[in-house]
Design a protein around this ligand. Structure first.
Ligand code: NAD
Ligand code: ZN
Length: 410
């Protein structure tokens, strides 16, 4: 049997629609209900434009006419990402002037006449809550439905685009203009905090999918998660929602270790209490009742932590290294002791694919349903006028997840 490309696209859209709609889909919103929810659309929109290093300025621009494939979204909130902090401090991607913010969400207030469904084939209406993912408009080889061809590392995303004559290109604004060729998902059945957390959660869905390719991660696995920042904490929550309960969390911060327990870790190990890697490995083994881990997730950006983690893993075990989104320097391991003689299976993980993004919506619903305190990851909320403070708070490493939230929703 041969299936042509169109049929494949339709099938994938259908599967994704089923994946993302679930049973708890919000009631469809009528256009008139949406109108009253959003109010009148103003003629201009404000953005927090980063005009220099460590400097956001509120600027106001006319809201442009919408093309037939475009969507105008009234922003509700957006997470502050480590990437934004790098941009704010050093502009490594040479984007200034730029409207940052890629972990955003909001409500559709206007749509071009061709817009009918989201990237998963789910209907889109005015009033729906959406998130964006990759933009493929300059890459005709990739359609919205080729979900696994490219991870987001190679694609454009709103919030990391240079400024242009439209200006509403990032989620740090009160409106964003989503152009045709972008991927957009209807996530009306998730609350605002969950929607703000989709992007970092997708990183962990991808990491766990990568881990599963080793065939070592199983229902009853003993799993160590090293690093309990937002990434490690979400990792624990993803494992817990998959039914993995034998989780040991490692960090040097007692408060974060306490949070790790609430996210689903069975035991914790504070590395500050153990001198040297052998003592630390013994503590991890003790926490598992006398066994080393079957599988380990490395969620710190510390090369020393990378070198240490092999000692926590049993012979024949697996490791997913996801802590180095950016270059954090070299790590020294002993290839004989750490890898060969133990026959460790190692996978690296970086960002996510579009399919992982869609899977993340269901993860969040499940995590909320079983009472994991995912939403408590958002510790600080700032209005648009305070983006400088938001980024400074992130750089000062205060709290866990910092977010821009529209003033009336804080
Ligand atoms: N793979 C990806 O696509 C991806 C995406 C986003 C972030 N990341 C990376 O994930 C890492 C974690 O992100 P985050 O936001 O949670 O960062 P974070 O800095 O908030 O958390 C890191 C945690 O690691 C702990 N830690 C440091 N050294 C340790 C050690 N030797 N042993 C145990 N714990 C140690 C710290 O106390 C801290 O709690 C970052 O380095 C980031 O680059 C990767
Ligand atoms: Zn991000």
């Amino acid at each position: 049997m041969t299936i042509n490309e169109n049929e494949v696209a339709k099938l994938v859209a259908q599967v994704l629609q089923e994946m993302t709609s679930g049973t708890s889909t919000a009631a469809p919103q009528t256009q008139s209900a949406a109108k009253s929810a959003c109010g009148e659309i103003p003629k201009t929109a404000k953005v927090a434009m980063m005009t220099a290093l460590k400097k956001f300025e509120i600027q106001e621009y006319p809201i442009p006419e919408l093309g037939d494939d475009d969507i105008l979204v009234k922003v509700e909130g957006c997470g502050v990402c480590g990437t934004d902090a790098h941009e704010y401090k050093n502009d490594p991607f040479s984007l200034i002037p730029v409207v940052l913010g890629h972990e955003g969400t909001g409500e559709i207030v206007k749509m071009g006449k061709n817009v009918k469904v989201d990237s998963a084939g789910k209907p889109l209406n005015i009033g729906d809550k959406v998130v964006t993912c990759m933009i493929f408009k300059d890459n005709p080889d990739i359609t919205m439905f080729d979900l696994n061809k490219q991870n987001v590392g190679g694609a454009d995303v709103y919030g990391l685009l240079p400024d242009d004559d439209i200006h509403l290109n990032g989620w740090y604004g009160d409106y964003i203009l989503i152009r045709g060729g972008s991927t957009v998902f209807n996530v009306s059945d998730l609350d605002l905090d969950s929607r703000i957390l989709i992007e970092p959660c997708a990183v962990l869905i991808h990491a766990v999918e990568r881990a599963k390719t080793t065939n070592i991660l199983r229902f009853n696995s003993r799993v160590v998660v090293q690093g309990c920042g937002p990434i490690g904490l979400i990792c624990i929550a993803v494992l817990r929602t998959m039914g993995i309960e034998n989780i040991v969390a490692v960090d040097g911060n007692e408060q974060r270790l306490e949070f790790a327990k609430r996210m689903g870790a069975d035991k914790t190990v504070n590395f500050m209490n153990h001198k040297g890697v052998d003592a630390l490995a013994d503590a991890v083994k003790d926490a598992f009742g006398g066994y080393y881990a079957d599988f380990a997730f490395q969620c710190t950006g510390s090369p020393v932590a990378h070198a240490n983690i092999y000692k926590f893993i049993r012979n024949g075990g697996g490791l997913c290294e996801l802590g180095f989104f950016i270059n954090g320097g070299d790590a020294t391991i002993n290839p004989h002791f750490d890898l060969c003689s133990k026959e460790i299976t190692l996978v690296g993980s970086w960002v996510y694919t579009l399919r992982d993004y869609a899977t993340t919506f269901d993860f969040l619903k499940r995590a909320n349903a079983i009472g994991l305190p995912i939403k408590e990851l958002i510790t600080h909320r700032f209005p648009l006028e305070e983006m400088n403070e938001a980024l400074e708070t992130n750089l000062a490493q205060k709290g866990l997840k910092i977010a821009y939230v529209r003033k009336d929703l804080i």
